[in-house]
Design a protein around this ligand. Structure first.
Ligand code: NAD
Length: 358
C-alpha cells in the first residue's frame, strides 16, 4: 500500500515527516485541507509502535479537524501533528524546539496547539522557533481554557436535541453525564441551572463529589451509567462510549455530549438511527473549543485582542448548523453523522473552488 492509497489519506494536501537527529524528534504533520484557512489541530505525543501507526493517526485526526473546523464555520482548515515518543520519559526542551522549527517550515499553513501528551509548557519551547502556536497564556490574544465554551455549545446542543426529539425544554428532563471533568462539570452546572435532573458518573471520586454537591445529581457507577433512566445520555469522558455492547443498554433516546469519537464505529451510528434515537454528532456539538482557539489565531494574525463577541456569534452559528444536520437527517432519512460528514465535505469543496476561482 502506498501513502496515496491509505484509507485515511482522503485528499490530504500534504503529509510532512520531520526528523531531527540531535533532539531525536520524529514527527508527522498532516495537512488535510487549507481551503477554509490555515490548517489547525493539536500536536499529540504518543509512543506509537510503528511509523505506520503514527501516520494513520495523523491522517485520521487531521481529516477529523478539517470536518470539525468546517462545521464550526471558522476560517481554519484541518491538520494534526504527531510526535513519536513517550511523553513521560522522552520530552525535552530541544525536542519541542525542533518541533517548532518543523511547524515553522510549513510557513503558516499549519497552526499547532496542545493535545494528548503535550502541555502548554512544552509549547513554550516550540514557540521560540515559530509563531504558529495557539494556546498562549497571559497574552491579549490568549483564548484560555476552552472547556467552558465547549460546554456552552454542548449545553445548547442538548437543549436543541430535547426540543427536536421530545418537544420539551430542559426543565424536568433527566440527563446522564458520563465523565464530569472539565467539560462534563461545566455542562452539569448549566443543565442544573436550566432545571434538568442529573445522573452522573466518573472514575474520579473527588470530581464526582464536587459536582453532586453543587447540583444534587444522583451518582452511579461507571458501569451503570448506560442503563440510567434518562432522556439524554451525554458522553463527556473518553471516545468509543457508544459501541455494540453499550448501545443495547441505553435507555436514553438522545445522545448528546462533549466527548470526541463517541461512536466506536460508523455502523453504530446507523443502528442508533434505525432505532429512532437522536445522535448529535460529536464533532459538531463539541466545536466550541476550536471556536475559542480560532478567535486566538485570528487575534494573533490581526495583532488584536481576543474577541469574545465573535466567539458568541460562532456558537450561535454552531447550533444552527447542528439543527441543519438534524433537519436533513429526517428529510433524507439518513443518520446524523453521515449528514454531518456530507455538509463538512461540501463546505470544504465550496471553499476550495472559491479559492481557485479567486
Ligand atoms: P477531562 O479529562 O477533564 O474529563 C474527562 C473525565 O472523564 C475525567 O474526570 C475522567 O476521570 C472521566 N473518565 C474517564 N474514564 C471514564 C469512565 N470510563 N467512566 C466515567 N468517567 C470517566 O477532559 P475534558 O477536557 O472534560 O474532555 C472530555 C471529552 O471532551 C474528551 O473526549 C475530549 O476529547 C472532549 N473535548 C474536550 C474539549 C475541551 O474543550 N476540553 C473540546 C472538545 C472535545
Amino acid at each position: 500500500m502506498t501513502l496515496f492509497d491509505h484509507p485515511a489519506f482522503e485528499g490530504h494536501e500534504s503529509v510532512n515527516a520531520f526528523f531531527d537527529e540531535k533532539s531525536g524528534l520524529k514527527c508527522i504533520i498532516a495537512v488535510h485541507s487549507t481551503a477554509l484557512g490555515p490548517a489547525a489541530g493539536g500536536c499529540r505525543m504518543w509512543p506509537y509502535a510503528s511509523a505506520d501507526l503514527a501516520l494513520e493517526d495523523a491522517l485520521r485526526l487531521s481529516r477529523a479537524m478539517s470536518y470539525k473546523n468546517a462545521m464550526a464555520d471558522i476560517p481554519l482548515g484541518g491538520g494534526k501533528a504527531v510526535i513519536i515518543g513517550d511523553a513521560r520519559t522522552q520530552k525535552t526542551p530541544a525536542l519541542f524546539e525542533a518541533f517548532g522549527r518543523a511547524v515553522d517550515q510549513l510557513g503558516g499553513r499549519y497552526w499547532t496547539a496542545e493535545d494528548v501528551g503535550v502541555s502548554p509548557a512544552d509549547l513554550t519551547h516550540a514557540r521560540r522557533e515559530t509563531r504558529y502556536v495557539a494556546g498562549l497564556e497571559g497574552h491579549p490574544a490568549a483564548s484560555g481554557d476552552p472547556s467552558p465554551v465547549t460546554a456552552e455549545g454542548v449545553f445548547r446542543g442538548v437543549a436543541l436535541s430535547v426540543r427536536r426529539a421530545l418537544n420539551r425544554d430542559l426543565a424536568g428532563i433527566t440527563v446522564a453525564i458520563q465523565g464530569v471533568g472539565h467539560v462534563g462539570a461545566y455542562l452539569a452546572d448549566k443543565l442544573h441551572a436550566a432545571g434538568a435532573k442529573l445522573i452522573i458518573t466518573d472514575t474520579n471520586a473527588e470530581a464526582l463529589r464536587a459536582v453532586a454537591e453543587r447540583t444534587g445529581a444522583k451518582v452511579v457507577s461507571p458501569a451503570d451509567i448506560f442503563e440510567a433512566n434518562a432522556e439524554v445520555f451525554a458522553p463527556c469522558a473518553l471516545g468509543g462510549a457508544i459501541n455494540a455492547e453499550t448501545l443495547p443498554r441505553l435507555k436514553a433516546r438522545i445522545i448528546a455530549g462533549g466527548a470526541n469519537n463517541q461512536l466506536a464505529t460508523p455502523e453504530v451510528g446507523r443502528v442508533l438511527f434505525e432505532r429512532g434515537m437522536l445522535y448529535a454528532p460529536d464533532y459538531v456539538i463539541n466545536g466550541g473549543g476550536i471556536i475559542n482557539v480560532a478567535a486566538e489565531i485570528a487575534a494573533l494574525e490581526a495583532g488584536t485582542s481576543f474577541d469574545a463577541t465573535w466567539v458568541a456569534t460562532k456558537l450561535d452559528r454552531l447550533t444552527e448548523t447542528l439543527e441543519e444536520v438534524m433537519t436533513r437527517s429526517i428529510a433524507e432519512r439518513r443518520p446524523t453523522h453521515e449528514v454531518a460528514n456530507e455538509i463538512a465535505k461540501a463546505r470544504i469543496a465550496a471553499a476550495a473552488e472559491a479559492k481557485l476561482a479567486a
